[in-house]
Design a protein around this ligand. Structure first.
Ligand code: FAD
Length: 317
């Protein structure tokens, strides 16, 4: 526990009472697992977010930002400090025409990636179809450099605006950003504190081209149909659980070759449909998923000498 009575009063005042205590994170993750957040706040404006972050940093209270929770495993013990959830309250899309055929979409971090993709398709803008079907928010997608075989966020991202614990906001162009497979390395400003505070992505700007909305819609239908055939979308998961190794067979192929499809620990199971998905069959705890991940890693390492690296982010005590 890191919140005292004075901190709780400050949080209640700042959020007009919207702060929730002991909020089950299973309500905020696509895996539907995770213990309680000591406090859970969903800011409704950039100003509220900024006041929250500077106040938390000033008080030495740890915080953790989450988007749609679609790439997260929250431990069963839950999270000390404050979880800041960027969702519908921090959602906005602004499109500007920057030349005859180029457009810049500036999107707030809490915007659903699905909503952004369908918005640009409707408006005849090309560039985001690669991301169709990826759940979560734009902020989470930028942080994870989300992508598919058709492209990555880093292909279309022009700049991001970040918020530091000091309250300072900075816009950073793509050339100053460091992307890798499923990761954007976020810059940190040293704030001279022992606590590790996270830099928050407030918005991102994407470079898009004019195109036929009808053609984009046709392409979108095919991409979504293809995904549905390959992925176990009916059961809770966090998408691909391991990153693909830099060369050779994909993580899914390696797991499949080890005969691990269908392997179960508690309520967690290696999907029968896609070996790189672990699904929650209904009653999984985070510990079941983590144990199953360990078992899969050990088995693949023993057989192929390949160390699978998790793609999902594990947070919590
Ligand atoms: C069925 C399914 C299919 C999926 N398919 C794909 C796929 O094809 N490709 C792919 O890349 N991923 C896929 N994923 C994984 C996931 O959807 C993506 O990684 C997504 O971009 C995560 O976004 P989120 O908002 O849910 O982030 P979260 O899961 O909430 O957070 C992920 C990380 O980002 C950080 N974060 C979130 N928001 C911010 C912010 N505003 N500022 C700073 N840090 C932030 C969090 O702290 C955390 O470290 C899939 C997941 C599911 C459940």
């Amino acid at each position: 526990m890191s919140l005292g009575a004075d901190d709780r009063k400050w949080l209640a005042d700042l959020t007009s009472g919207r702060v929730r205590y002991e909020e089950p994170m299973s309500r905020h993750t696509s895996f539907r697992v995770g213990g309680p957040a000591e406090a859970f706040v969903a800011p409704e404006t950039s100003d509220e977010l900024s006041a929250l972050v500077t106040g938390l940093a000033g008080r030495g209270i740890p915080y953790q930002v989450v988007g749609g929770g679609t790439n997260l495993i929250v431990t069963d013990a839950g999270i000390s400090g404050v979880v800041i959830s960027l969702g519908p309250g921090m959602s906005k899309i602004l499109i500007e025409n920057i030349s005859a055929s180029r457009f810049m979409a500036t999107v707030m971090a809490g915007t659903s990636l699905r909503l952004f993709c369908s918005h640009v398709i409707r408006n005849g803008l090309k560039g985001m179809n690669f991301a169709l079907g990826i759940p979560g928010t734009v902020g989470g997608a930028i942080r994870m450099n989300a992508g598919t075989a058709l492209g990555w966020i880093s292909d279309v991202l022009e700049s991001i605006t970040v918020l530091y614990p000091s309250g300072l906001q900075e816009t950073i162009g793509r050339n100053a950003l460091s992307f890798s497979y499923r990761k954007l390395l976020l810059p940190r400003l040293t704030c001279g504190e022992a606590l590790c505070h996270q830099t928050i992505i407030v918005s991102g700007s994407f470079s898009l081209a004019g195109a036929s909305s009808t053609d984009l819609k046709q392409e979108a239908r095919e991409i979504l149909k293809n995904r549905k055939c390959r992925q176990p979308v009916a059961l809770p998961s966090a998408g691909c659980i391991f990153k693909n190794p830099p060369s050779g067979k994909s993580a899914g192929e390696l797991i499949d070759l080890c005969g691990l499809k269908g392997l179960k620990i508690g309520g967690a199971q290696v999907s029968e449909k896609h070996a790189n998905f672990i699904v929650n069959t209904g009653s999984a705890a985070a510990a079941d998923i983590l144990s199953l991940m360990d078992r899969v890693r050990q088995t693949v390492f023993k057989r192929f000498d390949v160390n699978l690296e998790p793609e999902v982010i594990v947070i919590g005590n």
